[in-house]
Design a protein around this ligand. Structure first.
Ligand code: CMC
Length: 394
């Protein structure tokens, strides 16, 4: 039997799949650093574009490097006109995640001059194209869902401003950019930008380990992110809060169902494979939620319900004994909602933020000559040998 030679670790709870110099997490202490820089400092002082550079190239950019990087991205924000028509084929009520991942995969068909993982110039070009085009793709997925015309990017704007305008703007009227919204979204993108070997990043690496191109590897990551246990949790949290409100706002009944482990009932936005302490990102998001809602003049009952749930959970034995704390997804949706995003766009926003991390990991893997194709083993539990039976004998 082919069993004894391998380590059995379902869910990879205790398996390091790779070495990496990009992101450090100490789950017990609640520490997160990108390339050595604490997430709190980056969230406070940096920008998403700068953090993207840091993750991908390893160092904070000099002013000249940042300008060059920003200019390059700016030159690639347009989508091929044929690819724009691709959105017409999807039903209006489609969830935007498969629309976005399909469009990203389709980049491999439209930009065939940047597919070779072994050509550094092509890798660079596909990197820039992805960073530039994903906001356009995400905005078009939204526009498709509401039946509004697509807006071309306006390259006098920065990446986040451009995305907001392409999402919420209309051709007939000027779009007024709210700097408070731009800053908050930029900060949320920073918080999402990388998280070492999570499910979607591991997917990007696994797909890429076969030497598949960057676009198609990232498309795989977007699909992995969609699930409610991963990036889809931000949508699931909002739906959970809405359900609780619809039921009269009483959290006790819901919490009892969670603790009784009713099938499919979890406190979404809580728990993490690595953090056994308060997720440092959740701390920053919680503070931002109060600030952003106040500056937008939004008061949201769901924020009170969320805070109430957190308070109950942090004092409850079920959660304490399992070391379950709010994760990054617990409060983000409330901010996105206050900004005007529909619930179904939340996970797309996560993808926009995570993109530089995925790219950084794919490139780190691709540049390492010792990389082998990802190919886990298994413990076989099926039949031993048996003889084929003819159809007439079954
Ligand atoms: N609500 C209730 N119970 C929970 C929860 C939760 N959110 N999370 C974990 N548990 C319980 C779980 O039932 C298990 O109990 P027991 O030991 O009695 O069987 C124990 O805590 C350990 O959980 P686990 O499922 O073995 O932990 P995991 O590391 O396999 O899963 C997780 C991690 C994030 C998938 C899980 O905590 C979860 O499903 N959380 C809700 C979904 C969510 O918020 N996901 C976002 C994660 S952070 C950002 C991202 O990755 O996108």
């Amino acid at each position: 039997a082919d069993t004894g030679m391998t380590t059995f670790d379902p869910g990879f709870v205790n398996t390091s799949s790779t070495k990496s110099a990009i992101t450090y997490i100490d789950g017990d202490a609640g520490i997160l650093r990108y390339r050595g820089y604490p997430i709190e400092q980056l969230a406070r002082s940096s920008t998403f574009i700068e953090v993207s550079y840091l993750l991908i190239y390893g160092e904070l950019p000099t002013p000249a490097q940042l300008e060059d990087f920003t200019d390059k991205i700016r030159r690639h924000t347009l989508l091929h006109e044929d690819l724009k028509r691709f959105f017409d084929g999807f039903p209006r009520n489609a969830h935007p995640m498969p629309v976005v991942s399909s469009a990203v995969n389709a980049l491999s068909a439209y930009y065939q001059d940047s597919l070779d993982p072994k050509d550094p110039e092509q890798v660079e070009l596909s990197t820039i194209r992805l960073l530039a085009k994903l906001p356009t793709i995400a905005a078009y997925a939204y526009k498709k869902s509401v039946g509004q015309p697509f807006l071309y990017p306006d390259n006098s704007l920065n990446l986040v401003e451009n995305f907001l305008r392409m999402t919420f703007g209309l051709p007939a009227e000027p779009y007024e950019i709210d700097p408070a919204v731009v800053d908050a979204l930029d900060m949320l993108f920073i918080l999402h930008a990388d998280h070492e070997q999570n499910c979607s990043t591991s997917t990007v690496r696994l797909v890429g380990s076969s030497q598949a191109n960057l676009f198609t590897s990232i498309s795989g990551g977007i699909n992995a992110l969609w699930g409610p246990l991963h990036g889809g949790a931000n949508q699931a949290v909002l739906e959970m809060l809405e359900d609780i409100r619809a039921g009269g706002g009483d959290t006790t009944d819901f919490m009892n169902r969670v603790k009784n482990k009713e099938p499919g009932v979890k406190l979404m936005g809580f728990g993490h494979r690595v953090y056994k302490n308060y997720d440092p990102r959740a701390k920053l998001v919680k503070a931002a939620a109060d600030k952003v809602l106040e500056s937008l003049g939004v008061s949201d009952e769901l924020l009170d319900i969320a805070k109430g749930l957190e308070e109950v959970a942090l004092n409850d034995d079920y959660f304490i004994s399992r070391r379950l704390y709010p994760n990054v997804d617990f409060y983000t949706g409330l901010i996105y909602r206050a900004m005007g995003f529909p619930t179904r766009m939340f996970t797309v926003l996560f993808a926009l933020g995570r993109l530089p991390g995925w790219i950084a990991h794919w490139r780190e893997m691709n540049a390492d000559p010792s990389t082998k194709i990802g190919r886990p083993r298994q413990v076989y539990t099926g039949y031993t040998e048996r003889d084929y039976v003819d159809l007439s004998g079954r």
